[in-house]
Design a protein around this ligand. Sequence first.
Ligand code: RB5
Length: 149
Amino acid sequence: MIAIGSDHAGFYLKEDIKNYLEEHNVKYIDVGCYSPERFDYAVSAQKACDKVVSGECDKAILCCGTGVGISMAANKVKGIRACCCSDYFSAKLTRAHNDANVLCLGGRVIGGGLACELVDVFLNTEFEGGRHSARIDKITAIENGEKLY
Ligand code: RB5
C-alpha cells in the first residue's frame, strides 16, 4: 500500500500519479489535498508519513510545487527518509543506497510522464543493504539525538 499526498501546487501531479498507480494495479491511499484550493504541504506530509511509520503503508509519494517543502516536512517525521527527485538516477539510488521510504516530486518542476517514471523506479528498486546499512544507522542516530563526532 502506498500513501500519496500533495498540496495545491502538487495536486495535478498527484492525480497523474494516481492514474499511473491504478493502471499498474498499485493500491494507494490518497491523504489529500482533494482540490487545487490552497492547502499547506506539511499537513499532507505528516498524514502520509504517519501511515508509513505505522506500517499501514510501505512507502509514500508526495507532491508540492518544487517537492522541496514537502520533503522538508516529511523528513521531520521520525523514521522517514524522504528524497526530493527530478532525475531517474537519484530516484533509483535513493532506494538502493539510502533506503528512502518517501519520494517527493515538484508539480512545477517536472511533468507527469517523468514523474511516473520516477515513481516506477522508486517503487521497484530494492535497498542494497551492505555498506549502506551502517550509513542509514548513522542517520537514525542523528534522529535520536546522538552525536556522531
Ligand atoms: C506553494 O506555493 C509552494 O510554495 C509549495 O508547493 C512548495 O513548492 C514549497 O516547497
